[in-house]
Design a protein around this ligand. Structure first.
Ligand SMILES: [Zn+2]
Length: 98
C-alpha cells in the first residue's frame, strides 16, 4: 500500500516525559503490556501498546508505526490536520521504572 494511505500508529517516544517536562501534561506511564520498538522513520525507541501492536501485526502493509514527532510530520506532509487517535488502551498495570 502507498505510504500516503497507510494508517499512522503514533507511539510516544521513550523520553516523552523529558520532552513534555514543564508543560503541565500528565506524566506518561507505559503499562506492562507496552514494549519498546523503533520508529520506522527516525529510529527513536518508542512505547508501542498492545492494541497498536496487534493492529500493526494484522495489517503490516496498511499501517505505519511512527513516534509522535514523526506522526505529526507525516500528517502535515499529507496536508492533514495533526490528529492522533487512541485505541483506548492504557488501562493495564503500570510498568515500574527501569
Ligand atoms: Zn520518529
Amino acid at each position: 500500500m502507498e505510504r500516503d494511505k497507510r494508517v499512522i500508529l503514533a507511539c510516544p517516544p521513550y523520553n516523552i516525559n523529558e520532552l513534555l517536562a514543564g508543560t503541565g501534561v500528565p506524566e506518561y506511564v507505559p503499562t506492562v503490556e507496552h514494549s519498546l520498538i523503533r520508529c520506522v522513520d527516525c529510529q527513536v525507541e518508542m512505547w508501542v501498546g498492545p492494541n497498536q501492536r496487534t493492529t500493526a501485526a494484522r495489517a503490516p502493509l496498511a499501517t505505519l508505526l511512527l513516534c509522535m514527532g514523526c506522526a505529526i510530520k507525516e500528517t502535515s506532509r499529507r496536508g492533514l490536520p495533526a490528529a492522533v487517535g487512541h485505541f483506548g488502551g492504557g488501562g493495564g498495570r503500570p510498568r515500574l521504572p527501569r
